[in-house]
Design a protein around this ligand. Structure first.
Ligand code: SAH
Length: 350
């Protein structure tokens, strides 16, 4: 099924009415719609406004660098866009407690102070107990290591357990706010369940990040407008947007790649609507367009994930969007940050 996103009008001149609306905080549906469709000069101006607001709220012009450890690819969900979906036939792994702690020590010694632990979704008690134990040990060894978890849907008790163990932040993307799309892309879950989890995470005290995917099968510009509006309804500390990449082993492998300009524009609008939140420039942007992560910074992003925490033998087994996932190294990211006139912070920005 084709993505039904409209293509943007060509050769636009600067749309001053649109920019003025965004500047004065008019986030009506029609303003957001035009913002998503903007290209050329208007798009540049929207990015400039996003950067201005980011720099007002984060005046040190730093990009928060976080290391990721992909601790397991075991997953109970069957998302069509994900190559780790249940039944996808890939080899499964779970990193051992000692290996994760040792990796965290190594990253800490390298100067990192923000650690993202990511996995497939698994609510088995043994798994959640194991993650809680690992988080608790890492926190004991390095109390100032900011720990971000991205482990999917769980119960309130399980979220509370992970918070108590020392987790600081949790990323749970709502993916799409539109019921029809969510349940088409993620047939093993419901949007109500996902949004309830988001609420539980805020309630148990995590700093919570959430966001959407853009350029997905069946998605329209109006659907993305709905996503942008939903973000303001939750007390979040981070917003994010990824662009759809059809991974070789996922159900949507024959679908076309998403249009990255919609992702850049959605990011800029997220920044303009909620200027004090963190926002990542993700590696899938780079996969879609050379210098994509630099453009993400120019559209208002201020965090970056460094893939230096997952052991090489497991990296290929964590194919979120591709087995040839672009996993940026340090020097590439440093260049993108310097080019955007920002500096890398290994300390948490929140
Ligand atoms: N199992 C966890 C982690 C998922 S991976 C969870 O469900 O929360 C992190 C994010 O990558 C997802 O939330 C999704 O927004 C994004 N993602 C996954 N597959 C993708 C794809 N094919 N293209 C673009 N983004 C994708």
């Amino acid at each position: 099924m084709l993505s039904v996103l409209e293509s943007a009008p060509a050769g636009q001149e600067t749309d001053t009415a649109l920019l003025e609306a965004l500047e004065r905080g008019d986030f009506s549906r029609s303003t957001l719609r035009s913002g998503l469709l903007a290209r050329g000069e208007t798009q540049e101006q929207i990015f400039a406004l996003a950067r201005k607001l980011r720099d007002e709220h984060f005046p040190t012009c730093e990009v928060e660098a976080r290391s990721v450890i992909e601790i397991s690819n075991v997953c109970m969900q069957g998302c069509h866009y994900c190559s780790m979906a249940k039944g996808s036939g890939i080899k499964r792994y779970v990193m051992k407690h000692e290996a994760v702690v040792e990796m965290a020590d190594f990253l800490y010694e390298r100067g990192r102070r923000v650690l993202l632990m990511q996995s497939g979704e698994n609510q088995a008690k043994a798994w959640v107990d194991a993650v809680a134990r690992t988080v608790s040990e890492i926190k004991q060894r390095h109390p100032d290591f900011e720990i971000i978890l991205c482990l999917g849907n769980m119960s309130e008790e399980q979220y509370a357990q992970l918070k108590k163990a020392g987790g600081d932040r949790y990323i749970l993307k709502f993916e799409s706010s539109v019921k029809r799309l969510y349940e088409m892309w993620k047939p093993t879950d419901t949007v109500e369940e996902r949004l309830n989890c988001l609420k539980l995470l805020v309630d148990v005290g995590f700093k919570v990040g959430s966001g959407n995917m853009v350029g997905m099968p069946g998605q329209t510009v109006d659907d993305i407008v709905d996503d942008l509006l939903l973000m303001g309804e939750y007390d979040l500390t981070m917003n994010s947007c990824t662009v759809f990449i059809p991974g070789e082993a996922c159900g949507y492998r024959d679908e076309p790649i998403g249009d990255v300009d919609f992702a850049f524009n959605a990011m800029a609008l997220m920044r303009i609507m909620n200027p004090d939140r963190l926002m990542p420039t993700t590696s899938c942007l780079e996969k879609c367009r050379p210098s994509g992560q630099y453009i993400g910074l120019m559209a208002g992003a201020n965090t970056i994930t460094i893939h230096d925490g997952t052991p090489e033998n497991f990296k290929k087994m964590f194919p979120i969007y591709s087995t040839n996932r672009f996993t940026p190294d340090n020097s590439h990211l440093l260049n993108a940050v310097a080019k955007a006139n920002m500096t890398v912070s290994t300390h948490p920005l929140q």
